[in-house]
Design a protein around this ligand. Structure first.
Ligand code: ADA
Length: 559
C-alpha cells in the first residue's frame, strides 16, 4: 500500500515494494550472498540479520521506458540508489521521502538497486546510538511513476476561516521536464468548485506555481473523532488531453493559539495523548498498514485524542489513518537527546534542516497534524543550541504559516528557547527518574516558566511523562519495573497534569515498548525502552486500564 487513498487517476503508478526483492549484505559473515526479502522491510527481521549493522543492497528488476519518477518513501537510514549500475540518487535519514526523475529511459527491463546503510559515524548526526532503534532496510514503499513532458510536483491546500466563512487557498506546482517552453491548461478542483488556467506557459526545465482561492458557504469541518475530509484534484491538460494529475486530501480545520490555549476550530483542546515510535518486533520500523491501524485502534480505545510521532516524521499511511479517524498529531523533525557536542557536528544543521524541508511540504495537507516539533531534548540550554533552534523554527515558519511550533525540553529551569515557539513543552519524569511528587514538581516548573522565561502565557504541554514496567513483572512490593508501580505512577502523574489549570494536555511516554540501540543496554532492561502501557507485542500492562479510565474521564475540550 502506498497511501490509503488514490493520489492519481491519470498518472500511472506502480508500487515496486510489496514484493520479494533480492537482499545482498555488504559486510559480515553473509557478505555477498543473495537472500530474498519481502519489502518494505528492515533486515533486522530477516533471520540471519537481527543484529546486523552495516550496508545491504536491495535489488529489483522492473519494466519501464520514457520519463519515469522513482519515489522512495523511506530508506533506513542512508541510501544510495543505482539504476542499471549507475548511481542516480542518494539520501540521508530514514524518515523522509525522496524521489528522482529519469528521462529518455530505454523501454525494457531495468535493475534498481538500493544500497541501505544503518551504520553510525560522524557523517550521521541524527541517527546515532539512541533510546530507539535505527534499523536498516527499505522500510517504506518504493513507487514507480510514468511521467510525460509536464507533471504536477506539489499541491498544497490551506483552509482558513475568514469572517466566519471557510476559504481554502490552493497552490499547485507544475513542472516542465523538456528543453523547450511548454503551454498547458491547469485546473484545481475542490468539491464542486474549479479554478482553471487555460494557457499556462512553463519555461524549459522550470516549474511554475499557480494559486487559487476558494470560498465555501457550507462545509463539514474536520474535528476530533469527526474527521470530514475533502479531495483536492490538480490536473494538467495539453491539446485537449488530460496528461497528469495529483490528488490529495485536506480538512476544514483551523489551529490557532489564544493566550495559553491551543484552539481547534475555535475550541480549546485538551491533549490526551501517547508518544508512539514506529517499532514492532516483527517489522522493525516498517510496520504494514494493518499493524499501524491496530496501534491507532488501541490508542483510541485508551481514550486518547492525539499521538506524538516520536522522534521523527512518520509514515504517510499513519498520517492518512489519523486524518481518517480524527486524531491530532504532533509531528517533529528527527532528533532525540542530541547534546551540544552532537549539535556541533558539522552535519547536524544541514541534516536536521533537511528533514524539515522534506517533512513539511510532503505532510502539509494532513489535517491531523496540528503542530510542528523540533529537536526533542536537544541543547536548548546553550547559546549555540538556541541559534540552531531559532533557524529551524524560522525554517518551519517559511514553509508553513498555519501551524504552531514547539520543542519538547528536558532542561528543567535552564531552557533559554521558550521565547521562540508558540507552545512551551516539557518532558518530565517525577516518580521515575526522581521521586518527587508530580503535582508539586509540575507546578514549580510551570511557575518558573511563567515568571522567569519568555514562555509565560503560552500554551504549556507535558510532552512526556511515564514510568517503566516489564510486562509480566508483578509483585506486592510494587518496586520500580513492576506493572503495579507503573500503574500507580501514571495514576498520580496524569492526575497532576490534567488537573493543572495551566496545562493544555499530556503525552504519555509511551504507547508500546520499543527496541533500543545495543549501546543503551545498561539502563534498558532487555535492551528495550519498557515504558509502554503495552509491551512490544501490544500486550496490555496493568497501567492500560488505569490510563483508559483517566483519559475517559476528561473531555477533549476545556469548554
Ligand atoms: C526522554 C526521551 C525519550 C525517552 C525517555 C525515556 O524524554 O525524549 O525518547 O528516551 O526520555 O524513556 O527516558
Amino acid at each position: 500500500m502506498i497511501r490509503t487513498f488514490t493520489t492519481h487517476e491519470i498518472r500511472k503508478q506502480q508500487e515496486l515494494t510489496g514484493s520479494l526483492w533480492e537482499f545482498i549484505p555488504c559486510q559480515g559473515e553473509h557478505e555477498g550472498r543473495i537472500f530474498q526479502a519481502a519489502t518494505p522491510c528492515c533486515w533486522e527481521n530477516l533471520s540471519d540479520f537481527a543484529d546486523y549493522r552495516g550496508e545491504g543492497i536491495f535489488r529489483k528488476k522492473f519494466h519501464a521506458g520514457g520519463t519515469i519518477r522513482l519515489e522512495f518513501k523511506g530508506v533506513s537510514h542512508t541510501a544510495k540508489i543505482s539504476l542499471d549500475g549507475k548511481e542516480i540518487a542518494s539520501h540521508y535519514n530514514a524518515y523522509t521521502a525522496f524521489s528522482v526523475i529519469i528521462k529518455d529511459l530505454e523501454a525494457g527491463e531495468h535493475t534498481l538497486e538500493i544500497r541501505a546503510d544503518n551504520r553510525f559515524g560522524s557523517e550521521s548526526a541524527l541517527h546515532i546510538p539512541n533510546d530507539y532503534m535505527s534499523y536498516g532496510g527499505v522500510s517504506r514503499p518504493v513507487v514507480l511513476e510514468q511521467l510525460g513532458e509536464l507533471y504536477i510536483r506539489q499541491l498544497h491546500i490551506t483552509p482558513h476561516l475568514e469572517n466566519g466563512k471557510w476559504k481554502a487557498r490552493a497552490e499547485v506546482v507544475a513542472v516542465n521536464l523538456t528543453e523547450k517552453d511548454q503551454t498547458a491548461a491547469v485546473s484545481i478542483s475542490i468539491a464542486d468548485r474549479t479554478h482553471r488556467w487555460e494557457s499556462v506557459t512553463i519555461r524549459a526545465n522550470e516549474e511554475t506555481t499557480l494559486c487559487g482561492d476558494f470560498a465555501f458557504d457550507q462545509v463539514e469541518t474536520w474535528e476530533i473523532g469527526q474527521p470530514n475530509l475533502y479531495d483536492a484534484k490538480a490536473e494538467l491538460e495539453k491539446d485537449g488531453c488530460r496528461i497528469d494529475d495529483l490528488i490529495d486530501r485536506f480538512g476544514f480545520r483551523e489551529i490557532r493559539i489564544d493566550r495559553n490555549k491551543i484552539l481547534l476550530n475555535g475550541r480549546a483542546v485538551r491533549i490526551k495523548g501517547f508518544c508512539r515510535h514506529e517499532d514492532h518486533p516483527q517489522f522493525g520500523c516498517a510496520l504494514p498498514y494493518a499493524a499501524i491501524a491496530a496501534d491507532i485502534e488501541m490508542i483510541r480505545h485508551l481514550g486518547a485524542n492525539s499521538i506524538r510521532a516520536v522522534h521523527y516524521p512518520d509514515d504517510e499511511i499513519f498520517l492518512d489513518l489519523c486524518d481518517e479517524q480524527g486524531i491530532l498529531v504532533w509531528e517533529e523533525n528527527h532528533a532525540r537527546g542530541l547534546s551540544l557536542e552532537d549539535m556541533q557536528n558539522p552535519n547536524f544543521e544541514p541534516q536536521a534542516e533537511a528533514v524539515i524541508r522534506e517533512m513539511i511540504p510532503l505532510h502539509y495537507n494532513h489535517p491531523c497534524i496540528y503542530i510542528w516539533g523540533i529537536l526533542n531534548e536537544c541543547a536548548s540550554d546553550s547559546a549555540y543550541g538556541k541559534e540552531c533552534y531559532e533557524k529551524q523554527y524560522d525554517l518551519i515558519r517559511s514553509l508553513d504559516t498555519s501551524r504552531p511550533r514547539s520543542s519538547a525540553s528536558c532542561k528543567f529551569k535552564a531552557d533559554i528557547c521558550f521565547g521562540l515557539p508558540e507552545v512551551v513543552s516539557y518532558n518530565i519524569y517525577p516518580l521515575w527518574y526522581h521521586d518527587t511528587p508530580p503535582a508539586e514538581y509540575l507546578d514549580d516548573l510551570y511557575q518558573w516558566v511563567q515568571k522567569e522565561t519568555e514562555g509565560g502565557g503560552k500554551p504549556f504541554l507535558i510532552t512526556e511523562i511515564g514510568a517503566g514496567a516489564i510486562y509480566g513483572c508483578r509483585n506486592s512490593r510494587h518496586a520500580k519495573w513492576t506493572e503495579e508501580y507503573q500503574a500507580q505512577a501514571l495514576e498520580t502523574q496524569l492526575a497532576a497534569v490534567l488537573e493543572h489549570t495551566g496545562c493544555s494536555g499530556v503525552y504519555i511516554w509511551q504507547f508500546c515498548d520499543v527496541r533500543v540501540s545495543d549501546e543503551w543496554f545498561a539502563g534498558r532492561p532487555r535492551t528495550m525502552n519498557n515504558k509502554g502501557v503495552v509491551d512490544e507485542y501490544r500486550r496490555q500492562k496493568l497501567s492500560y486500564d488505569v490510563v483508559k479510565r483517566i483519559f475517559g474521564s476528561y473531555a477533549d475540550y476545556f469548554d
